[in-house]
Structure formats: structure tokens, C-alpha cells
Design a protein around this ligand. Sequence first.
Ligand code: HCR
Length: 402
Amino acid sequence: EEDGAVPAAAKGSWAPFLKSIASFNGDLASLTAPPFILSSTSLTEYSGYWAEHPEIFVAPAQEKDPQKRALLVLKWFLTTLKQQYSSRNEKLGSEKKPLNPFLGELFLGKWKDPTGKIGETQLISEQVSHHPPVTAYAILNEKHGVKLEGYNGQKASFSRGTISVRQVGHAKYHLKEFDEDYLITLPSLHIEGIVYGAPYVELNKSSTIISSTGYVAQIDYSGKGWITGKKNTFCATLKKEGSKDILYTIDGQWSDGFVIKEGKTKKELETYNAKTTEITPLYIAPIEEQDPLESRRAWAKVQESINTGDLETTGTEKSKIENEQRELRKKEKEEGREWERRYFTRVMDDPVFTRLAESCEIVAEEGKTDGIWVFDEKKFAQVVEKARTGGEAKAEVVNTAA
Ligand code: HCR
């Protein structure tokens, strides 16, 4: 077997790793990967990829025409893909195995806006389940009344040299002014380049965005050996529900750029360059000001030891967190209660999801995500109030965001 990208010192660990994934049971968190493929970033941080271009995230809120609004939501979704699926590759040289978040882990931050035009965009990401791993998130921009919320877990399988990952869960994008909702399904992916020790993500199949105003976007993904032969390729269409007429098409490579065209005339309306569009960095509070459950504070020692290549400390510090978690679960079991999620609540039925999912035959797989998770405005208001007063919260008297 070729293993060109595996660092010389790690060559001995790659073949056993390949063997272990061949008998893989579907739980990505249980994969013991060689140290050079471990990233020091927790999966709770990945929720931030949804809004690294805050100006594109809020753009639909400023569009009065519902059809153009639906197009802007599709455009925003497509602009998130590069960060979601290829940023580790670009920054770290390959896809890496993220830290498996503990139950209750938080990743909180803000995209600030010195111009005042976009307003502040806030990120709340929380690990709502550990077995199976599920992350829930809400991204709020109060100025424009935009709210994204969602949750997701992964179901993985191994075959013919690649790990295939199906995402379970979905996202919902809400525009307050128009009382409009968009249900977003998450693409399937597979990890290529494993045998060479240089894993990277390719998307496959398709995903959908369906709006409460009756617009449906379908995005079809393909990779190298497919239609155009180029990696990270997609073609998307926007239609009115039940109609065959294509209103807009968007074609391109999500890691490179794309072209938006009018459906009938094929007239080019806009080109987007993913390579030159800069991202806005997320502001995260300094570690000493963070809550003990916040990701970078809780994992600080593990992260430091991964970055310095100190395997022993990585092991002992990881075990400390795992043991603490085990103790907490034991205590909860004894007391007959479950961990209280800080920002999200498990529901039996989410009416927004049910209404939009119906027409596209999308199903919530609550069994695979330990429930259907929604952002709990009341809990959020309590946290905001507590931070403001530095004491006990009075949920009834505060306004909720977005
Ligand atoms: C599959 C994956 C963990 C999950 C990551 C998700 C699906 C998380 C939600 C984000 O919104 C989007 C996203 C992007 C990532 O591409 C995806 C990760 C890719 C690899 C990682 C595996 C757990 C790593 C397996 C180990 C490999 C490197 C051998």
C-alpha cells in the first residue's frame, strides 16, 4: 500500500489504522487514529462554519422579493461549503479527526461588525448528546432578524477504501420580518485519500432547501471521476414547488466558486469566487473569562499537548475529562435525572420541521440523534439575564433575540 503523505515517523501507525477502519462499527468517535491525524479542534466548533461570511448570512433579510430571497438563501448555503468541508485540508494539509465533544460542551462566539451595517452575529453551539455524538447550534443576528438553528450527528460506514458519512439532523433558517422558514438538509460525504494518509472530504448525492414560501432548491454533488471530472463539483436548481420550470441554476465548485444564471434565458446574473471572498473571524472570549464548559477552556490542556506532540499528556488529560464525564453520568443515573442542556430542548414534534419536511419526504431520525433538538428561547433569555445581572435570571421579563 502506498502511504505517501504519512510522515516518516508515523509510517508504522498507518497500516494498523487502515486495518482498524476496515472492521469499523460506524461510530467515528471510537476510531483510534494515529496522532498525526488528530486535530486539536472540537467538533462543537464546526457549527461556526455556517456564518463565516456574516454579510451573506444576513443578505436575504434585505430582499423584498420572495423568489430572490430564496435564491439568496441558496447562495448563502453554497458559500458555507468551502469552510465546512475543506478548511481543515487547506489549513492543516489534510482532513483530521476532531475532538469528540463531551455532553454539555459549549462553543460560544460572536462575529463583530465594526461597520454597523451587518450588526453582531452570535454563535451558540452545544453538545446535546454524547452517545451518539450530536451537536446543536443557533446563530442569531438580531439587527436583521435572522436565526439559523440546527443539530447534527453522523452515521458512518467503511467500504472500498473510503469512509462514507451520512449526516443526520437538519438546519432551519428563519427570517423574522417575513416570518419565513427554510428547512435545510445536510449532504452526505465520504473521505477520500485514506490509503495515502492524506484524507479529504468529498460531498455526494444531493441536499435540499425548502422554504415556507414554496421554493425548493436541490443541490447535486459530484467529485473527480464524475460529470465534469473536477473535485467538489455541484449543480443546483431553484424551482417553485410542484413546477418543472427552473427559475435559477447555480453551477460550480464549492471550494472554488460558482455562477448564478437565470433558468429560462441562461443569462449570467452573478459569479462568486470562494477563494477570494474573505471570512470574518469569530471572536471568542479569552479562556479565563470562559465558562468551564466552554470548549477551548475545557480542552485547553489536551489541545496544547496535541499541538506540541506530547502524546502522554494528551492521553492523561483526555482521560481526566472522560472520567469526570463518567462520574457525572453515574450521579445523574443514581438521582434519576438527565443532564440539563443549557440552550436546547428535546421536543416530540417541531411544527416548522414537520410542515416543511412533508412535501420533500424528509424525516427526522430522532432515534439516531437522541431526539429532535430545538433552540430554547426561554433558556437563552435566562442565560442572557443571568449574565446581565450577574445573578438569578428572570426569564419572563427579557426579550428574546431574532
Ligand atoms: C466526518 C467528520 C466529522 C463530522 C464533520 C461534519 C459533518 C460536522 C458538521 C459540520 O457542519 C460539517 C462537517 C464537516 C466535516 O467534513 C465532517 C468531518 C470530516 C472528517 C470527520 C471524521 C470524524 C474524521 C475521521 C478520521 C479520518 C480523518 C481518518
